[in-house]
Ligand binder design. Structure first.
Ligand code: BGC
Length: 770
């Protein structure tokens, strides 16, 4: 029997008293998707809510006790339990599985006065139980449909497990590989990042939020968190207006346009104002200019952290700032539940802000269908069928293969021959079933990834031996503890070297553990950590036929490997199906087509390094060979990256020619048509990401030397040629000035098309009259 929450009974009574018939009430309840009826229901509900109940809707608690067990006694858990029962909680995070979710939902629905259901949030970052590659890896696919599908799979499993809402996608543009959370985003580029943001939002939310297999998405962290100074976690972000409008905000705007239902603020300050108390970002831009009608949640305790930042004097002032700035829900700071009622009663906070926040939260609850049936996501059969479904393993395997980037393949060492080879597989990570799951995987089980060793063992025509070489880490492998690299234990080196000597080909899996990137994992040194570089060099000295498979959540500085090792495969942390994906690529059953979504530096000191940089007034050495010093450079390393943004090889080769524009001069407002021929000139069928960049040669603000403005993933048979067309409209040719206005300025533009941001064909045109 469908259970009706108490609030409907109460609302029904009130409506009867005010002339509404019960029938009208039922009709209203049966069409939750009509906006007008939702708004009318919210009006009615708001009119009967007490201030305490309103503040309760704005309060989110983390669940950290056995919800299905006995009621907690004492401490925070008991307080939270009490608050759930008396309508002072609107949402919970990290409660998962339908039994647990049902338990908290029942507390609220049956025991609180109005019984307004909770919205259950969770970090579904790259899957739920079945894990897809980390988001940065997925971004390397440049395959928007695959990325959408991957989010859809995560959403389905989470929804079937009682979750209504994910705190994803993270759409923070990040240029600094020292920052551990680069693994969670779409990389360094705002254009690619915007497309990926939209794809992920659509994947999570589908077309209908009330579908039991979709969940609401969150664009986070609004805004600037990706620019944490010096890459140090939680540090301030100091960026100018041009960077804010042109680099940081576009993926958020794209998420908003794709219909994302919530935004999350960040831990950082922006221009010395914590973004959780930032009226300019939240009221002026998000809820003002962009007209966002979903709700905004703080980051974890970020409201009370405004006190620690030195922005406000106490928790009360923090709550006031956050509500006024436009933060509608407080994640686990207790600030709203503690302070809002007092603030309003003392006349320090206008209740209209509270009403607006509650309206937004209720709106999303209605859209999810929770207000009509608080238990609609809680179906045991569905949970059993959907979570871990074999089709999801297929989907994440597909995504994993598409995420792999071939960085080097000298002498066509890859793909590996399938027969008659002696292969030595070396490296702690090769045998690891935990690390490949990556960071952010709370709902998955430990040690459930297919390891590279297991993946390679499926190819039986070769003789495979495995040697660890050296342990990668010492310490506990948990999400919340810091892992230390092994820097001393090299006792396994001799056997690894011996295995290499006996082999035809050596495959080495090296890099970072999955818990060495992610939140709180900033690093200053981007080299191969621990003793791995030494191991690599010793093994290489014994056998030059080395294939280096990298596992990492951020760009690494692998200059020695790039110089010496013949084949390098960037395999990130690829989730549940890691080993199968890596083996299929190494053996050529899948031809890699990934392209880097972040620039790889030559050394750590080059960071932050990104392709869409400024020219500066002194971009080149005025007298090469004369050792002139007065130009923009380093004395010890060249300016170019090790591997540029957009870079990635294939087992086949592609030729670009015939870059053409329909004209040399375009009128303002006119679309620019670009075409280029791409031919598969190698020996395999393969996919190529054809990339188009522009340069606006001069403008009212200095424009970057290159900006990605289009890309297409083409699938070409051996020998096949395709003409790829791009259209550049004002959306691509314009930019935001320092006042945040979008402008298109006349002048000369250059167009670059190629397979990465550095190797391109080039042409140019004039736009308008100067
Ligand atoms: C992170 C958020 C995350 C939240 C809830 C915070 O520490 O910054 O991105 O959604 O925790 O787990």
């Amino acid at each position: 029997m469908k259970r009706i929450s108490k609030y409907f009974l109460l609302l029904g009574t009130l409506m009867c008293l005010s002339g509404f018939s019960a029938k009208q009430n039922r009709q209203m309840n049966s069409s939750p998707s009509s906006n007008d009826s939702i708004e009318a229901k919210i009006d009615s509900l708001l009119s009967i809510m007490t201030l305490e109940e309103k503040a309760g809707q704005m309060n989110q608690y983390n669940g950290f006790w056995e919800v299905t067990g006995p009621a907690p006694q004492g401490g925070d858990a008991a307080l939270k339990y009490e608050h759930l029962r008396n309508g002072r909680v609107g949402s919970m995070l990290t409660v998962r599985g339908i039994d647990q979710v049902r338990a908290v939902q029942e507390l609220v629905v049956n025991e609180s006065r109005l019984g307004i259901p909770l919205i259950i949030g969770f970090d579904v970052i790259h899957g739920y139980k079945t894990l897809a590659p980390i988001p940065l890896a997925e971004a390397a696919s440049w395959d928007l449909e695959a990325i959408r599908r991957s989010a859809e799979v995560g959403a389905a499993e989470a929804a079937a497990s009682g979750i209504n809402w994910t705190f994803a996608p993270m759409v923070d543009v990040s240029r600094d590989a020292r920052w551990g959370r680069v693994m969670e985003g779409g990389g360094e580029d705002p254009y690619l990042g915007s497309k990926i943001a939209a794809a992920r939002v659509k994947g999570f939310q589908g077309d209908d939020l009330s579908d039991p297999l979709t969940i609401a998405a969150t664009a986070k962290h609004f805004a600037g968190y990706g620019f944490a100074e010096a890459g140090r976690e939680y540090n301030k972000a100091d960026i100018g207006n041009s960077t804010l409008y042109n680099i940081v905000l576009p993926p958020f705007k794209a998420a908003e346009e794709a219909g994302v239902r919530t935004f999350m603020t960040g831990f950082n300050t922006l221009d010395e104002i914590p973004v959780t108390g930032n009226e300019f970002l939240l009221r002026d831009i998000l809820k003002g200019n962009w007209n966002f009608d979903g709700f905004v949640i703080s980051d974890y305790a970020s409201i009370e952290e405004m006190v620690t930042h030195g922005f406000v004097k106490d928790e009360k002032a923090a709550a006031k700032k956050a509500v006024e700035a436009g933060v509608d829900m407080d994640m686990e700071a207790y600030s709203y539940v503690n302070e809002i009622v007092g603030l309003v009663e003392e006349g320090k906070l206008d209740e209209k802000h509270v009403d607006d926040a509650v309206r937004r939260i209720l709106r999303v609850k209605y859209e999810l269908g929770l207000m009509d049936d608080p238990y609609k996501y809680l179906d045991a059969q569905r949970e059993k069928e959907v979570v871990g479904n074999p089709a999801h393993h297929e989907a994440v395997l597909d995504m994993a293969k598409k995420s792999i980037v071939l960085l080097k393949n000298e002498g066509n060492l890859l793909p590996l021959k399938k027969q008659g080879q002696k292969i030595a597989l070396i490296g702690d990570l090769a045998d690891d079933k935990n690390s490949p799951l990556g960071s952010w995987r709370i709902a998955s089980d430990d040690n459930t990834a297919v390891s590279v060793l297991e993946g390679m063992q499926k190819y039986k025509g070769n003789k495979l031996t495995f040697e660890q070489g050296a342990p990668l880490v010492v310490g506990r492998e948990t999400f919340i503890n810091e892992l230390k690299f092994n820097t001393t234990d090299k006792s396994g080196f001799p056997t690894a070297v011996q295995a290499a000597k006996n082999a035809d080909v050596v495959v080495m899996v090296l890099g970072e553990h999955g818990f060495q990137s992610g939140e709180g994992r900033s690093r200053t040194d981007l080299d191969l950590p621990g003793v791995q570089q030494e191991l690599l060099e010793e093994v290489y000295a014994a056998n030059k036929n080395v294939v280096l498979v990298l596992n990492n959540g951020r760009p690494l500085a692998i200059d020695w490997a790039a110089e010496n090792i013949p084949a390098i495969v960037e395999a990130w942390q690829l989730g549940t199906q890691t080993g199968n994906a890596v083996a299929q690529v190494l053996y050529g059953d899948y031809n890699p087509s990934g392209k880097l979504p972040m620039t790889f530096p030559r050394n750590s000191g080059q960071t932050p390094i990104y392709y869409n940089q400024q020219n500066t007034g002194r971009p080149v050495d005025p007298q090469p060979g004369d050792e002139m010093v007065f130009w923009s450079h380093y004395m010890d390393v060249e300016n170019t990256p090790l591997y540029p943004f957009g870079y990635g090889l294939s087992y086949t080769t592609f030729k670009y020619d015939n870059l053409k524009l329909t004209k040399n001069q375009y009128d303002m407002g006119e679309d620019v048509q670009v075409s280029v021929d791409v031919t598969n000139t190698g020996n395999y069928a393969g996919k190529e990401v054809v990339q188009l960049y522009i340069r606006d040669l001069y403008g009212s603000t200095v424009r970057p030397v290159k900006e990605l403005k289009g890309f297409e993933l083409v699938d070409l048979q051996k020998g096949e040629k395709r003409t790829v067309n791009f259209t550049l409209s004002e959306d691509e040719l314009g930019f935001y000035n320092n006042q945040g206005e979008f402008v298109v300025e006349p002048g000369e533009f250059e167009i670059f098309v190629g397979g990465n941001s550095m190797e391109t064909l080039k042409t140019s045109f004039m736009l308008g009259e100067e």
